[in-house]
Ligand binder design. Structure first.
Ligand code: COA
Length: 332
């Protein structure tokens, strides 16, 4: 039994936070943000719009596009670092309830920006072992809930959104996920961290006073390591599977910073047509970034059935992951 990437869906909240809006909030400029990150704007969820709401909307689209009924889904995995609740119930349970999936195993995983590809590897393993047939995987973030909008070094980077995919069993090797590499190195845990709430820093007056509930990042160090790791990881998965970068029609990297994407794309000798870019309009949506990007090329008609996708991501943990897989869904 093999696992195939059966369908994709996404949800983007309507409210836009532009660079010009940020100029009014912190000491920054549209020019600086665009030059250093490639980001023009990001979408921000409404006050009453939470991670599971966005995830449920993306999931419904993915299930419908797979031509499946809700009863067909036998596992729900949500990758998020901005769950509805720290730490229970899992957002995957809430999403299942919101869309009407009953009595099905559902859990969250925490792998920051690498979460969606980690979830993909979980779905693949469950399907190949014969335990599940149709796994709903989701990357969803209300990252604005983690961001300190007085910290110019982080608030310009992140946005909100959700993407979902159905991964299904198949006996046709031609449409199967080819390979997934996923890894981590916790010695870099302090590169990207939200210090509270957690067992290290339970909620206290100190947490509030020092803003320990907001994301903290060693931006420049993360940048350098991201370029190195993403490039090495992709070279390794391509070499292992005997595929050259010129034969990949869709290279879909994590959308954190245009300069990171460009450096990795150049190192792999990818053309502009091969590299999928959404960072300009969504910013970094963490675990939602890759499925939102896949959905973008799907809805614009760029992604066709059978075409090979190369996913490559990097995030807090530190975690990183790459995947090589054909798109096995039906066209719109
Ligand atoms: N507007 C204007 N100036 C800013 C700024 C902003 N929003 N943010 C930082 N600066 C300033 C800094 O204060 C610093 O000033 P100084 O030289 O006077 O001290 C200067 O710009 C350079 O800062 P630096 O952090 O070295 O810039 P950079 O080129 O590394 O760009 C990031 C900063 C955050 C855009 C970049 O490091 C990055 O994208 N890192 C990776 C982020 C990432 O991928 N995170 C998620 C991984 S999943």
């Amino acid at each position: 039994m093999y696992a195939k990437f059966h369908s994709i869906g996404a949800f983007v909240p309507s409210k836009i936070l532009s660079n010009e809006d940020l100029e009014k909030m912190v000491d920054t400029s549209d020019e600086w943000i665009l030059k250093r990150t490639g980001i023009k704007e990001r979408h921000i969820a409404g006050d009453n719009e939470v991670t599971s709401d966005m995830a449920a909307k993306a999931s419904k689209i993915a299930i419908e596009r797979a031509g499946l009924e809700l009863e067909d889904i036998d596992l729900v995995v949500c990758a998020t670092v901005t769950p509805d609740y720290f730490n229970m119930p899992a957002t995957a349970c809430i999403i299942s309830d919101k869309i009407g999936i009953k009595n099905v195993q559902a859990f969250d995983i925490s792998a920051a920006c690498s979460g969606f590809v980690y979830a993909l590897s979980i779905a693949k393993a469950f399907i190949e072992s014969g335990m599940k047939k149709h796994v709903l995987i989701i990357g969803a973030e209300k990252f604005s809930s983690l961001v300190d909008y007085t910290d110019r070094s982080t608030c310009i980077l992140f946005g909100d959104g959700a993407g979902a995919a159905v991964i299904s069993a198949t006996d046709n090797k031609d449409e199967a996920i080819v390979d997934i590499h996923a890894s981590a190195d916790g010695s870099y845990a302090d590169f990207l961290v939200t210090p509270a709430p957690g067992s290290v820093n339970p909620v206290s007056q100190k947490v509030i006073d020092e803003g320990l509930n907001f994301v903290q990042m060693k931006g420049n160090e993360t940048f350098k390591l991201a370029v190195k790791t993403l490039t090495k990881d992709v070279k390794s998965i391509l070499a292992k599977n005997g595929i050259e970068s010129k034969d990949i029609p869709h290279f879909i990297p994590h959308q954190a910073n245009y300069r990171i994407i460009k450096a990795v794309g150049d190192a792999l000798k990818m053309t502009e047509e091969q590299v999928v870019l959404t960072v300009e309009k969504y910013g970094n949506t963490s675990a939602a970034s890759i499925p939102m990007a896949i959905n973008d090329i799907y809805e614009s008609g760029r992604l066709k059935k059978g075409e090979m996708m190369l996913l490559d991501t990097f995030g807090g943990g530190l975690t990183w992951a790459s995947a090589l897989l054909p798109f096995a869904g039906e066209l719109l």
